[in-house]
Design a protein around this ligand. Sequence first.
Ligand SMILES: Cc1cc2nc3c(=O)[nH]c(=O)nc-3n(C[C@H](O)[C@H](O)[C@H](O)COP(=O)(O)OP(=O)(O)OC[C@H]3O[C@@H](n4cnc5c(N)ncnc54)[C@H](O)[C@@H]3O)c2cc1C
Length: 340
Amino acid sequence: MALVQANQATHVLIAGRGPAGLAAAIALAERGIEVLTLAPATPIPALSRAEMLPGAARAILQRLGVGDILTQSVTLQGLRQNWKGSHLELHEALPAAALPVGWSLDRRALHSALQDRAAALGVTSVQGRLRRISGAPGQWNVHLSDGSKLTARFLIDATGRAAALARRLGAKTQQGPPLLARVWTDPGAAPPFLEVEAQAAGWRYSLPHPAGGTSIGWLAQAETHQRQGAATAATAPLVDARNRRLSPLAGPGWLAVGDAAMAFDPIASQGCFNALSGGFLAGNAAADACQGSPDNIAIYCLLAERTGQHTHQRIPGQYASRQDPHPFWQDRSRQTFAAR
Ligand SMILES: Cc1cc2nc3c(=O)[nH]c(=O)nc-3n(C[C@H](O)[C@H](O)[C@H](O)COP(=O)(O)OP(=O)(O)OC[C@H]3O[C@@H](n4cnc5c(N)ncnc54)[C@H](O)[C@@H]3O)c2cc1C
């Protein structure tokens, strides 16, 4: 049953059109809730890169109606890691089970597939950047940077690491030690593996890009990027890649999903899967709230917090296992969180 009649405020406004926002939009639209996504028109740097999704992601991609994307992806046969020594160690090879270790997905193709699916379900897309929020639960006013205003009864923050909506509603973010990524595509072909390699003050990864070539990421602190820029495609933009967490994840009339709720160091290879599955759960919890059952928002928050805690606790061990006294490795082995 659609709850919104003509001339009423949009029922749910989702700020952000990444995987989390679009997964939430699909879930809401499937439940008959009027939903609008808001995001700026500017191209997202992330769209040019390939990302690894674990084998388990197939179920959520299929449930979101975009399972065909896997036919355009590269099936990965494992993770090869050169973390401590001078040679590649094979950590996971293709198991005999039905699911592969993972896929290398073209983020641009994933974005198009999710957008098309959301549009087919009647989701409205608005171009603009959220600047300010006024009003109250049930009657929010979302003010955009061009001076226009949208109204909605329920808000979802899917603005990625910015957490632009939740922070304006009083939520606080904490962040781990600084980490910046530079990602570019090399024309040479790559083997069907995610390869991860430690360097003196940072690490790099590579995986085959489904559109051809190799997607390469180099992660380090700002000073290291400045020193080594020439050797690592210095024209590629630097993007924030540090661990981050938001508290609370929801409040009266709003909730946060994906990187806005919790962002992971890419060493976890988990952010996109978390955005898709968390977005789908959060969209359904928001739909329940719109239909008079708000309790499932608390369940979504508990699940999301557990996922965040588990992943954030696992990451320091990955850095510590290198046993390197360099401050880059020591700081990340501790992963102290501080207010943003
Ligand atoms: C270098 C790097 C490599 C990665 N590799 C992997 C990987 O291999 N596998 C994996 O699973 N994950 C990976 N990740 C993580 C993954 O990219 C993210 O977790 C995922 O993109 C999060 O999706 P999201 O929808 O929450 O946010 P995003 O994709 O960041 O989308 C945010 C959206 O919000 C919009 N927005 C921002 N501010 C505003 C505003 N004020 N108003 C309106 N809209 C706004 C943006 O335009 C965008 O549409 C990687 C991350 C990095 C940095």
